[in-house]
Design a protein around this ligand. Structure first.
Ligand SMILES: Cc1cc2nc3c(=O)[nH]c(=O)nc-3n(C[C@H](O)[C@H](O)[C@H](O)COP(=O)(O)OP(=O)(O)OC[C@H]3O[C@@H](n4cnc5c(N)ncnc54)[C@H](O)[C@@H]3O)c2cc1C
Length: 407
């Protein structure tokens, strides 16, 4: 069978896979992105993935470099302040509030928030306009056979490619990761998240608010105003049974619970979308490199949605891989050679392990049920906020690479 020769085959056309294809194309590589789910209409998309993604500044820089930002920026809501609050006392009222302001570390904003369905729509349109990249959907990667000079990749459509490098962006249950035999460790917390959007009485003023109480954090992330109303995205984490009960409630009952949980921070909240449940897990792959293969995004790591780290870590994987491959190509070397992929593993795995462990600790603290642990959480927040150098370090770490804050 005829095989088309390409530089990069990206398995998975989620936000990470589409970003990878656009990024490699911008660096001059030929790239094919493959996904079993066809691009959907706007109406379908708006109901399918209600998550939004808060992109921190290094991710915005990546989008600027790849030419994606011009398409995304008109839909982005700026995040100027990260507000952490504790409501773990007996009444459920706010008892500690800490504001982390981007201006304190010399940045105009922490980043921007965008709905996932809109990201996919714009990224698919961007790829369609590029001569060196394309999306094949619906099509699934069915077989990966690494060889000395390239990997042979067969698709469910019968097409075959010979790629110098396969980028696995095919999600937490990655077929490619399994195919090349890289183990991954996954653990749960007995938690789920209800994800939806709301309208609210008061403007959000670019403030993202995370309210901690037993069960997990409740996060309101700004979206742009629409139809003359203020909008925010909500991620509400709870223990599994409680999250499912909330999900099944009639709308009026749910809105009453919602307003109680939000402690009135944006005035009255009204549900503006369906509610979707997401399981909360952590996962990390043992390695990021396999024969002719690099793992990125959820194929490599999954974290609970705290501190907007998930996709931001993924874009750091992708940017690192593109930089390495560009360097190797420009020096006339093979971009899929084992030593190149081992360098990628070394460049990213330590940071990933640190962030997965850090978010695991934060999530366990956020879930704390006993009074002493809840009080400890409150004291921790007070200390973190009250001591300037600690506060600045936390903000820079949250933003990504060291020094990223100033960029
Ligand atoms: C509630 C919630 C809120 C979040 N908020 C944030 C946030 O604010 N900031 C942030 O940075 N992160 C956030 N995240 C994390 C972020 O949403 C995820 O990291 C991201 O969506 C995962 O993207 P992905 O492309 O890696 O995986 P996916 O979106 O799962 O994409 C994988 C793709 O691979 C495809 N696929 C599967 N099998 C194959 C195959 N054999 N061949 C080809 N393709 C295949 C699938 O169809 C799918 O489209 C959040 C997560 C959750 C759950």
């Amino acid at each position: 069978m005829e095989r088309e020769r390409i530089d990069i085959l990206v398995a998975g056309g989620g936000v990470a896979g589409l970003s990878a294809a656009a990024g490699f194309a911008a660096a001059g590589f030929t790239a094919v992105c493959v996904d079993p789910v066809p691009p959907v209409t706007e109406a379908e998309a708006a109901g399918s993935d209600l998550r939004s993604t808060a992109f921190l500044q290094p991710s915005v820089d990546f989008f600027r470099r790849t030419g994606l930002w011009a398409r995304l920026s008109p839909f982005a809501a700026e995040l100027r302040v990260m507000r952490l609050a504790d409501a773990g006392g007996p009444t459920g009222a706010l008892r500690e509030i800490a504001d982390f302001e981007a201006s304190e570390i010399g940045a105009e904003s922490f980043g921007y928030n965008l709905p996932n369905w809109l990201l996919r729509r714009e990224m698919v349109a961007h790829l369609a306009a590029l001569p060196v990249a394309r999306l094949l959907a619906p099509a699934r990667v069915d077989r990966v056979t690494p060889r000395t000079a390239g990997a042979i990749v067969r698709l469910s459509t019968g097409q075959a490619f010979e790629a110098r490098l396969v980028v696995a962006a095919d999600g937490r249950d990655s077929f490619v990761r399994e195919a090349v035999g890289i183990p991954a460790r996954r653990w749960g917390y007995g938690q789920k998240a209800n994800v939806f959007t709301v309208t609210h009485e008061l403007p959000h003023d670019g403030i993202s608010t995370e309210i901690h109480r037993t069960g997990g954090p409740f996060t309101l992330v700004p979206l742009p105003d629409r139809d003359g109303r203020h909008h925010s995205a909500v991620v509400w984490m709870e223990t599994g049974p409680r999250a499912m009960a909330l999900n099944a409630m009639p709308e009026a009952d749910f809105e009453a619970e919602l307003n109680a949980r939000a402690c009135g921070v944006l005035g009255t909240l009204r549900l503006a979308s369906p509610r979707r449940l997401w399981p909360i897990v952590s996962q990390v792959a043992d390695r990021l490199d396999g024969p002719r293969t690099a793992l990125v995004a959820e194929a490599a790591h999954v974290v609970p949605p705290i501190g907007a780290q998930g996709l931001n870590m993924s874009l750091r994987d992708i940017a690192t891989l593109i930089d390495l491959c560009t360097e190797e190509r420009d020096a006339g070397r093979d971009i899929g050679a084992p030593e190149v992929l081992a360098r990628y593993h070394r460049a990213r795995h330590g940071d990933i392990l640190m962030r997965v462990a850090g978010i695991d600790v934060l999530n366990r603290a956020a879930m704390a049920e006993t009074i002493s642990l809840r009080d400890l959480r409150r004291t921790g927040l007070r200390l973190l906020h009250g001591f300037g150098p600690l506060r600045h370090t936390a903000m820079s770490l949250g933003l990504g690479a060291s020094g990223a804050a100033g960029r």
